[in-house]
Design a protein around this ligand. Structure first.
Ligand code: SF4
Ligand code: SF4
Length: 257
């Protein structure tokens, strides 16, 4: 069954707990510090877009990408890199209680409060893209989204705060990558390069980045699991490395070697 994107959605959580399993939760820097401070795993993900000019000022998606990324030169090619801090858990979230309630309810990250709404701008929530069971979407339940827009002011405020953090954290995350010695990025749309960080190492690197002990200057390399992309980048004198799907590279496409 398909669902139109811009639509009214009614919803109530059934507390099935599915959304608290096997996830990468996008966190702000402050949330990542708290998460790692409790000993839980946080990864840093990287994706880069070739950025030959300043981007169309009338294209809101391009301007959002620009606001949430920083400029680098990869060989002869200008790129913008987006870094995402994510809480990663395989299986249940470390805060999930046996009865599927959240054991961290009052301090859960914003992204948990936003779900099942869509955290990314220019996209609306859709039941097809969520883990919630069909009975959570009955039309007699409270209104969640009207014509593609969150129905409550509280949800809109949460989304605004989440997106603003993605903008405000850009410079600090760039310095954090330097502190971690992480300088691999996936090519736009092909997946994400991954830096897995032990919680104590993340806390130390964050502290050093905040103290300004590192700047954002690094020699970035594009990692790709597609031979055709690696060749195209090599032809442009853009440093690139062919990799395979795995813990250090989350692919959009199957390996093409
Ligand atoms: S913090 Fe709570 S709501 Fe968020 S994934 Fe973990 S258990 Fe679920
Ligand atoms: S998957 Fe949906 S219905 Fe189930 S606990 Fe998460 S938000 Fe609630």
């Amino acid at each position: 069954m398909g669902f139109p994107l811009a639509m009214d959605l009614h919803f109530d959580c059934t507390q099935c707990g599915r959304c608290c399993h096997d996830l990468r939760l996008t966190l702000s820097v402050d949330e990542a510090r708290t998460w790692a401070g409790r000993g839980h795993q946080v990864d840093l993900l990287a994706e880069g877009w070739p950025w030959p000019d300043n981007g169309d000022p009338n294209d809101a998606l391009i301007q959002w990408r620009k606001a949430t990324s920083f400029e680098v030169q990869v060989g002869d090619v200008p790129f913008r890199i987006n870094l995402r801090l994510v809480a990663r858990h395989i299986g249940p979230c470390p805060h999930l209680l046996p009865d599927m309630r959240c054991g961290n309810y009052d301090e859960r990250p914003r992204i948990c409060r936003i779900y099942p709404l869509e955290s990314r701008p220019f996209e609306a929530a859709s039941p097809a893209g969520r883990k919630c069971p069909p009975e959570a979407w009955r039309n007699d339940l409270p209104l969640l989204q009207r014509d593609g827009v969150p129905a409550s002011g509280e949800a809109q405020a949460l989304l605004s705060a989440h997106r603003q953090a993605m903008i405000d954290d850009v410079a600090l995350k760039a310095r954090l990558a330097s502190a971690l010695g992480f300088a691999d990025t996936a090519f736009a749309g092909e997946g994400m390069a991954v830096c897995e960080i032990a919680p104590p190492a993340l806390l130390t690197a964050l502290e050093e980045a905040e103290l300004g002990l590192w700047d954002a200057t690094q020699h970035w390399t594009i990692v790709t699991n597609r031979q055709s992309t690696a060749k195209m980048l090599a032809d442009l004198d853009c440093p690139a490395r062919l990799v395979s799907a795995g813990s250090a590279f989350l692919p959009t496409f199957a390996d093409e070697h």
